[in-house]
Design a protein around this ligand. Structure first.
Ligand SMILES: *[C@@H]1O[C@H](CO)[C@@H](O)[C@H](O)[C@H]1NC(C)=O
Ligand SMILES: *[C@@H]1O[C@H](CO)[C@@H](O)[C@H](O)[C@H]1NC(C)=O
Ligand SMILES: *[C@@H]1O[C@H](CO)[C@@H](O)[C@H](O)[C@H]1NC(C)=O
Ligand SMILES: *[C@@H]1O[C@H](CO)[C@@H](O)[C@H](O)[C@H]1NC(C)=O
Ligand SMILES: *[C@@H]1O[C@H](CO)[C@@H](O)[C@H](O)[C@H]1NC(C)=O
Ligand SMILES: *[C@@H]1O[C@H](CO)[C@@H](O)[C@H](O)[C@H]1NC(C)=O
Ligand SMILES: *[C@@H]1O[C@H](CO)[C@@H](O)[C@H](O)[C@H]1NC(C)=O
Ligand SMILES: *[C@@H]1O[C@H](CO)[C@@H](O)[C@H](O)[C@H]1NC(C)=O
Ligand SMILES: *[C@@H]1O[C@H](CO)[C@@H](O)[C@H](O)[C@H]1NC(C)=O
Ligand SMILES: *[C@@H]1O[C@H](CO)[C@@H](O)[C@H](O)[C@H]1NC(C)=O
Ligand SMILES: *[C@@H]1O[C@H](CO)[C@@H](O)[C@H](O)[C@H]1NC(C)=O
Ligand SMILES: *[C@@H]1O[C@H](CO)[C@@H](O)[C@H](O)[C@H]1NC(C)=O
Length: 612
């Protein structure tokens, strides 16, 4: 039995040991002022305008300076600095070691400035420090191991700097109260210290965008208060330790862009039922999507693209009422039987769905009509690079929120549904490399927000619809390699925005190249080769001042080459071969210094070929 006086003595003695008295005694208010002035003098231009108020002195005047907060007046320690808050203050220079003398400091915020140099180890003398915030600077060197002495730290933010070296294990071993640890966007390397698993108060944990390697320590599964874990954009390998699937408070889990592999256990998300975002993209995970994903009923984003996931896509998404983004592209998912597409009718329950990316998988068979029952908030739908056959659902026009529709590189048949004309917000329509046929619907002229329309390499026939002239925001038009006939509609060249490319090559187009092409002052590429175009090359082509590539070969063009082509100072490619052109080759072509590919063969020119 210990006597009361002895117990008191023991408590007092240990309190003295815990609070090293040295820093309390040899620092005082005047010392704080000196330390601040020394900090100021180590800054470029003495901190400039931001620290202009740091000009008075004595009698605790420093407590009135901008960014300086002193403790409440107390007899023993008046005028001691407890906070130094100089975020976004346009400060450059080094962080002076003198700050280590502010022994009563609890919060140091120098974030979003231009500090360079290293973290002074003297800061680690600040045993009362709870918040250390140095993010968004250009701080170099490594994280001092002595940081472990700041045992009261609850928030450590060193993100967005140029720190190198390993994460000191002392952070895990000593900073028991840490609830936020932000070390992202640095150049940290080596392994994640398993000691970090001892930070049981940790809620926010971000190590993303570093060069960390090795495995994820299974000790991280002890971080039972964790809300956000971000280990993305590193070089981590191995499997996700099973203990991680025990982190029941987790809201966000990100390990994208690493070299992680293995399968995700079927039950993985049963315990992690509070997850709102899962980012596991660009790794080497394989196996199926775990059925338990349906248990994560708060899920808003699931990103598992760029892995080796296979099999049939899980049903059960229908329970995820808040799902907005589903990125499954670039995997090995399959659909063979019609019921394998069942997940789509499930997804029709997700009324907030905005993004569905299923591109670059092994999806086959025919799209179910339930596609047209997906949410009208869907703005991004990608099915490109699969093996899908059959026709595009007739009612696809129901998805009136669509801005991007990628159907290219499949085996779609039949015609483009004219309901597409209802997609008033569509900006990009990619349907090239399919087996689509019939005529291009007139209703496409309703898509006035369209920027990019690529329908090449299909079996479209009929005329190029004159309604295209209503696409007044079009930047790029691709209709190549189809069976289109009739003339190139001259109205097309009233679309002032057409700039990236017009490609109508490899069709059966007839008639002449309209004079109006000269209206397209910003056009860079014009492909009209391999058609049956006749008549003269319009000299207005000389007005297309930004033209770099002009392909008109394999047509029936006649007359001579207009010398106006010599005005196209940026022209790099000119192919007029295999036409019925004649006359002299204009000497002006020799003025085009950029021209490095010129083909005039199989025509009937006379006279000299100008020297280029
Ligand atoms: C900081 O304190 C040390 C003693 O602990 C003293 O030698 C030094 O001069 C002080 N520096 C400043 C800038 O106050
Ligand atoms: C100190 O700076 C403040 C604010 O910039 C200014 O108003 C004041 O006149 C200055 N005082 C002295 C003594 O220079
Ligand atoms: C930031 O500081 C630099 C000098 O370091 C100065 O030239 C510049 O005007 C300052 N910018 C602002 C917004 O105060
Ligand atoms: C974690 O803490 C326990 C007890 O506090 C200790 O025994 C263990 O060594 C610590 N682990 C690491 C990796 O620091
Ligand atoms: C990534 O980690 C592997 C070991 O898993 C290592 O061989 C490689 O050098 C690391 N790459 C980089 C860029 O750090
Ligand atoms: C998960 O937590 C349970 C209970 O807390 C424990 O029994 C089990 O060992 C943990 N699993 C892992 C892999 O850490
Ligand atoms: C998890 O989901 C399955 C199937 O979706 C369901 O049967 C089960 O009750 C769910 N479990 C929990 C704990 O929510
Ligand atoms: C869905 O989101 C709404 C609004 O953000 C929120 O109030 C609701 O709790 C969420 N529901 C689930 C199941 O996460
Ligand atoms: C769709 O949501 C309702 C609840 O609103 C639910 O009863 C139903 O099971 C869900 N359907 C699917 C396929 O998940
Ligand atoms: C689409 O939804 C409507 C109304 O909810 C329903 O009648 C129809 O059967 C659904 N169609 C498909 C193909 O799921
Ligand atoms: C689309 O355009 C066609 C013909 O250009 C027109 O008849 C039709 O009403 C339009 N449809 C919608 C939904 O705007
Ligand atoms: C183009 O749009 C205008 C109205 O915006 C409409 O009056 C006209 O009929 C449309 N023309 C074509 C060819 O679709």
């Amino acid at each position: 039995m210990i006597s009361l006086p002895l117990l008191l003595f023991v408590l007092l003695f240990s309190a003295l040991l815990l609070c090293p008295s040295s820093s309390d005694d040899d620092g005082d208010a005047a010392g704080d002022e000196l330390a601040l002035l020394s900090f100021k003098s180590s800054l470029l231009y003495q901190g400039g305008q931001s620290l202009a108020s740091w000009n008075t002195s004595g009698h605790g005047q420093h407590c009135t300076w901008v960014g300086v907060v002193c403790g409440r007046r107390r007899r023993r320690h008046p005028h001691r600095v407890v906070k130094l808050l100089l975020r976004s203050s346009n400060l450059s220079g080094i962080i002076s070691p003198s700050l280590g003398n502010l022994s009563f400091l609890r919060e140091l915020d120098l974030g979003d400035n231009y500090f360079s140099g290293e973290i002074p180890p003297e800061l680690c003398r600040l045993s009362r420090l709870q918040l250390l915030e140095l993010s968004d600077n250009s701080i170099q060197g490594s994280i001092p191991a002595a940081i472990g002495a700041c045992t009261k730290l609850t928030s450590l933010d060193l993100s967005h700097n140029q720190l190198r070296g390993m994460i000191p294990r002392e952070i895990g071993a000593s900073l028991k109260h840490l609830s936020n640890l932000y070390l992202h966007k640095n150049g940290l390397s080596g392994e994640i210290p398993s000691a970090l698993g001892n930070l049981t108060s940790l809620q926010e944990f971000d190590l993303s965008f570093n060069r960390l390697s090795g495995a994820i320590p299974s000790s991280l599964g002890q971080l039972s208060s964790l809300l956000n874990m971000n280990l993305g954009q590193n070089n981590l390998s191995g499997m996700i330790p099973n203990s991680i699937w025990n982190l029941s408070s987790l809201r966000a889990f990100c390990v994208s862009e690493n070299k992680l592999g293995g399968m995700i256990p079927t039950n993985a998300f049963k315990t992690l039922h509070l997850l709102e975002v899962i980012y596991m993209g660009t790794n080497r995970f394989h196996g199926k999507i775990p059925a338990s994903v349906a248990n994560a009923s708060h899920l808003t984003r699931l990103q598992i693209d760029g892995n080796l996931f296979s099999g049939i896509i899980t049903s059960g998404f229908g329970r995820l009422r808040n799902l907005t983004e589903l990125y499954l592209w670039r995997n090995l998912f399959q659909t063979r039987e019609q019921e394998d597409w069942g997940f789509i009718s499930d997804l029709t329950n997700c009324s907030k769905l905005q993004t569905l990316n299923l591109g670059e998988n092994n999806l086959g068979g025919v799209l179910p009509n339930s596609f047209s029952n997906l949410s009208t908030s869907l703005s991004f739908l990608a099915l490109h690079l699969n093996k899908i056959t059959g026709s595009i659902p007739q009612d696809i026009g129901n998805l009136i929120g669509l801005q991007h529709l990628y159907l290219c590189n499949n085996n779609f048949r039949g015609s483009l549904p004219s309901s597409l004309g209802r997609l008033k917000n569509l900006g990009i329509l990619l349907a090239y490399e399919n087996n689509l046929s019939g005529s291009i619907p007139l209703a496409i002229g309703n898509l006035t927000e369209l920027n990019i329309l690529l329908l090449g390499t299909n079996k479209f026939s009929g005329w190029i619809p004159y309604t295209l002239s209503n696409l007044t925001n079009l930047l790029s038009l691709g209709l190549s390699t189809n069976n289109l006939s009739g003339p190139i509609p001259s109205e097309l060249f009233n679309i002032q925005t057409l700039s990236i490319m017009i490609n109508v090559s490899k069709n059966n187009l007839e008639g002449s190249i309209p004079q109006e092409i000269g209206h397209l002052k910003n056009l860079v590429e014009f492909h009209a080769e391999s058609n049956r175009l006749s008549g003269k090359i319009p000299n207005t082509l000389g007005d297309c001042q930004l033209l770099r590539h002009l392909y008109l070969q394999n047509n029936l063009l006649s007359g001579s080459i207009p010398s106006a082509l010599g005005q196209l100072k940026g022209l790099e490619t000119l192919d007029l071969s295999s036409n019925n052109l004649s006359g002299q080759i204009p000497t002006s072509l020799a003025d085009i210094t950029m021209l490095h590919s010129l083909n005039l063969s199989f025509n009937s020119f006379v006279g000299e070929v100008p020297t280029m």
